[in-house]
Design a protein around this ligand. Sequence first.
Ligand SMILES: NC(=O)c1ccc[n+]([C@@H]2O[C@H](COP(=O)([O-])OP(=O)(O)OC[C@H]3O[C@@H](n4cnc5c(N)ncnc54)[C@H](OP(=O)(O)O)[C@@H]3O)[C@@H](O)[C@H]2O)c1
Length: 305
Amino acid sequence: MMSFILESFFMQASSTLITGASSGIGRALALACAARGVQLHLSGRNQARLQAVANECRARGAEACPRAIDVRDSAAMSQWIAGIERLDWVFANAGISAGTHSAGDSGVRERAAQVRAIFATNLDGVLNTVLPAIERMESQPPDAHGVRGRIVNIASMAAFIAFPGAPTYCASKAAVDYWTTASAPSHRRRGIVLHSVCPGFVRSAMTAANDFPMPGLIDSERAAAIILRSVRAGKRRIVFPWWMAIGARFMQLLPPALAARMLASQRSMGPMPTDCLDRSRISSAFERVDQTKFRDRIRDRTWRS
Ligand SMILES: NC(=O)c1ccc[n+]([C@@H]2O[C@H](COP(=O)([O-])OP(=O)(O)OC[C@H]3O[C@@H](n4cnc5c(N)ncnc54)[C@H](OP(=O)(O)O)[C@@H]3O)[C@@H](O)[C@H]2O)c1
């Protein structure tokens, strides 16, 4: 059933670009899209992991074009995207977090460099992908439905709640979700379809460091399948799991001080990586994810040394 859905999904989609394709959700999206006749433009910074994903996609019959590129580099992103002949689908997926900390009494105090790094990747990185992609798509002829191209921005459930344990991450994802859903109607009139994706917890290097219960945690592969099914169904905002969204929305209706107190009264979530710029910690989390059967390890919470 799934293969039928994906097959018909990509019948008209021959050229797909995915940022952050070297791991997690981006990798799962790339593999789910990989099929004969599909051209995949894959980016990330880690050349070795990116190449490995590209090879997996080729093994499934796709033409994979990996490019090690930093989404924060606006000029390089524009040049890359402008050089692609046709773009049917774009997944602006690359993102970072600094981990989720206990909300505590007064939340977490993020360092200035950390705040800027998260916004630069999660917000500027999305715009550096999407704005040149829109320009590219506008010059393409529309299909029978008047669609020139589709863009899927990966926001997060964090967009729905100003959680004091991850202030910049929540703000960056809220900006992506608001920008996407608010821009969608005008872009649709010009033949570009925008989707915003707001997942809850997904197993990946990003969540591998989380040492607290993650309700509704799903595999990256399952997340990719939900995303592809939902964009095919034409949903403008894709949220899963729905019950978590209701809880987050409800919390956000409360006065901020009351919401912060309620969140702070929850069990401590620490310790977490405190520095999103510390790539060695993130990489070592990735390596541990890769080298171990991390699913079981996370369940048992025994992998942390
Ligand atoms: N996991 C979750 O629970 C969850 C929930 C909601 C939303 N999300 C969002 O889903 C997206 C994917 O996250 P994930 O869970 O799959 O995490 P992940 O496994 O850590 O993947 C993040 C990807 O982003 C890339 N990336 C990070 N910074 C980059 C930069 N400056 N330039 C280019 N690529 C960069 C990474 O590639 P390199 O390391 O090679 O640079 C990697 O491929 C993110 O936007 C995240 O915020 C995740």
